[in-house]
Design a binder for this molecule. Structure first.
Ligand code: ATP
Ligand code: MG
Length: 171
């Protein structure tokens, strides 16, 4: 069993393609109130968790919730793909403004597994070209996450490593 240590007050950024299991992982290891997902925020501002046109407002809301939790000394776990460096950069900036550490947890699954899972989903109807693009973004940046400003980077490779992981909050 691999134990991932995460500062109790701080930012956790989940990183992984659609279907990599971020929301499943978040539900398993964190309390619902600790997790802020882009889907939830999209739903709040559009009544449709799949409305990509609502992204700007959804992310503004997500950033606001993250900032508020960090200001109040709470853990904030961001459940979104976060495969793009600019998207992570916005989150890292918020953490820095609040003087807290950032942790990245990367769920790195084979493309085939993610595609297979997404095809079986009823909560999302994803065009097949999306995952390969997300995967390219992720693979390009994977080795440099530490340099981006994450204090700790945990990379879980494949379903077995993901399922064997435990999260420990540290003061
Ligand atoms: P998205 O970015 O689209 O929100 P996601 O990364 O949050 O995707 P999940 O919704 O957590 O992905 O998982 C996608 C599908 O894969 C779900 O049907 C879920 O049940 C299944 N799944 C996720 N993690 C695992 C796992 N560790 N073992 C088996 N099935 C899993
Ligand atoms: Mg999800």
């Amino acid at each position: 069993k691999r134990v991932l240590t995460v500062p109790e007050t701080g930012l956790v950024v989940l990183v992984g393609v659609s279907g990599s299991g971020k929301s499943t992982f978040a539900a398993r290891h964190f309390r619902p109130t600790q997790v802020i997902s882009s889907d939830f925020c999209r739903g709040v501002v559009s009544d449709d968790t799949d409305d990509q046109g609502a992204s700007a407002d959804a992310f503004a809301l997500l950033h606001h919730i993250v900032a508020t939790r960090l200001r109040r000394g709470l853990l904030a776990v961001v459940d979104a793909t976060n495969v793009q460096r600019a998207v992570r950069g916005q989150l890292l900036r918020i953490a820095k403004e609040h003087d807290v550490l950032s942790t990245a947890i990367v769920l790195d699954v084979p493309e085939r597994l993610a595609q297979e899972r997404n095809r079986a989903r009823t909560d999302r109807d994803l065009p097949a070209h999306v995952v390969p693009r997300q995967r390219r973004d992720l693979r390009r940046d994977l080795r440099n996450l530490g340099k981006e400003g994450f204090r700790r980077v945990h990379v879980l490779r494949g379903e077995d490593e993901i399922d064997a992981a435990a999260v420990e909050l540290e003061r």
